[in-house]
Design a protein around this ligand. Structure first.
Ligand code: SF4
Length: 492
């Protein structure tokens, strides 16, 4: 189990998340069901959120049209995902954004830490980002002497408590006013106990404001990344996202590779679906469109912007035609708010970064179905999650598929459900490493091609299974270098 750091005098560096709960799902669910306070918090919050959402989607025809458009936009983006990612990289680079690729969370953490090390940064502020939760970034950085402070109020509360988010939109939704008041009074020196919500928010803001000024680097998530323009879109309500991405001199954005959309015009409908489904708002307080570092003449903005693109099992889901639908998700949380199971047991009982119905269908890509066998069963299959999903992900159908797969022996389960990195074959990796070395070492490359051209008649005719359906190509009698030397008459 990870341990939480101890509170400091300010209470700010207190928080490194305590993430891993090892007990089985049923035990955790049972404990949650017996926790009266937890159930009251969730019941009240879910009723509030579902009513707010119903209020802004009061026209069924408009809902149908908009959610169909959202589904179409996400499916179109996924159908071109590899091309759009390359386009995004190219456009971002043109905009002055440094782009990094990470196959696993470990690689993504290394990239972020490498950037921090370049800038000798020891203080970082972070906006809300579920991908960074997936990476357990705070913990990784804390182990290397970097204090990463959550700046979203809900995230700040759970960080202070040494917990993890229990909801993807409202991380501290499991906490009552009294619990938050007690937490602030305990961790923040000189802060009196108060249950006045406005006062609590002001206290949190005062604490965080100075940290924005002190931090050398700001980290944020990304809601949508536009391939056409290289724009990173960040949706938020507190202004902390804008502070994280403009005040520190370096901004690092982390995102899952599925967040790319094709055109800037695609953002508007998805944004409307996101804010209305998530919190029942017509628009959020802030929509940040980030197009790169500060340009000459601009008054604010970071001097350096980095984008870290994380796979972590997503390409495995992408390769499965049915499970690809999970990548349509815009992380609105509506499926959780409407789930009768989630509303009763809360987020922590799932034991995964993403709880509720969306967590049940994406955790198998991230962790493997073997590590999460009980999750597909934690559903009444009432269909509410699928009905409210703004991009029409068929969650009940996917849960049914996962139940079937969970019943199979592990070695018969598809790759998409074996957890991140399952496709990574050690021999294949070594082969590619060797291939890269060969192609970047002129002497070795020439020697090998010379040898192959000389030994062309002695190469095996069959290299099974590759040659079962192909003819093994024969090396030419002379290498390209030799032909060019002959033609130009040069000796080297
Ligand atoms: S699955 Fe649908 S409802 Fe659930 S978080 Fe994703 S987009 Fe929202």
């Amino acid at each position: 189990m990870r341990t939480a750091a101890q509170p400091t005098a300010t209470g700010l560096e207190a928080a490194q998340p305590v993430v891993v709960t090892q007990s089985p799902f049923k035990e955790r669910a049972q404990a949650a069901l017996c926790d009266r306070s937890l159930r009251q918090s969730f019941r009240g919050a879910m009723d509030f959120l579902t009513a707010k959402r119903a209020g802004v989607f009061d026209d069924p025809a408009e809902w149908q049209a908009l959610s169909q458009l959202g589904e179409h936009i996400r499916q179109r983006a996924l159908s071109k995902l590899p091309d759009l990612l390359e386009q995004l990289e190219h456009r971002c680079q043109q905009n002055g954004i440094h782009v990094h690729w990470a196959e696993s969370t470990e690689q993504a953490n290394q990239v972020v830490h490498g950037i921090l090390a370049q800038h000798q940064a020891t203080q970082v502020v972070k906006g809300k980002s579920m991908v960074s939760e997936e990476m357990a970034l705070n913990h990784y950085l804390a182990e290397r002497g970097v204090a990463c402070l959550e700046s979203d109020m809900g995230e700040y509360i759970v960080q202070l408590a040494g917990e993890t988010p229990s909801h993807i939109i409202m991380p501290a939704i499991h906490k009552s006013k009294a619990q938050i008041a007690a937490l602030f009074a305990e961790h923040l020196p000189g802060v009196p106990y108060t249950e006045d919500v406005d006062a609590l928010i002001q206290i949190g803001r005062q604490v965080l404001r100075q940290k924005f000024l002190d931090a050398e680097v700001g980290i944020s998530g990304v809601n949508f990344a536009v391939a056409e323009t290289g724009t990173l879109c960040l949706v938020e309500n507190e202004g902390n996202g804008r502070m994280c991405t403009t005040v520190p001199k370096v901004h690092i954005a982390v995102m899952g590779i599925e967040k790319v959309v094709e055109k800037l015009i695609d953002v508007a409908p998805l944004y409307s679906l996101l804010t209305r489904s998530a919190t029942g708002q017509i628009v959020s307080t802030y929509l940040n469109l980030i197009n790169g570092p500060r340009r000459p003449g601009e008054l604010d903005g970071p001097q350096e912007v980095h984008l870290v693109l994380l796979d972590n099992g997503r390409s495995q889901a992408f390769a499965d035609t049915q499970l690809r639908a999970t990548l349509q998700c815009i992380r609105c949380g509506a499926c959780m708010n409407h789930c009768p199971v989630y509303a009763r047991i809360g987020g922590h009982a799932y034991g995964t970064v993403y709880p509720g119905p969306i967590g049940q269908i994406i955790s198998p890509h991230l962790l493997g179905l073997q590590a999460t066998p009980a999750l597909p069963g934690a559903s009444s299959l009432c269909g509410a999650c699928g009905d409210v999903c703004p991009v029409k992900i068929p969650i009940p159908a996917l849960l049914t598929r996962l139940r079937t797969e969970a019943a199979r022996p592990a070695n018969e389960q598809p790759h998409a459900m074996r957890g991140q990195g399952a496709n990574a074959n050690l021999r294949e990796r070594q082969l590619w490493r060797w291939w890269r070395w060969l192609n970047t070492s002129p002497i070795a490359y020439r020697l090998l091609t010379w040898l192959l051209s000389r030994a062309r008649h002695h190469l095996p005719k069959q290299l099974k299974p590759w040659t079962q359906v192909r003819t093994l190509p024969r090396p030419a009698p002379k290498t390209l270098h030799e032909l060019m030397r002959q033609r130009t008459g040069r000796t080297s």
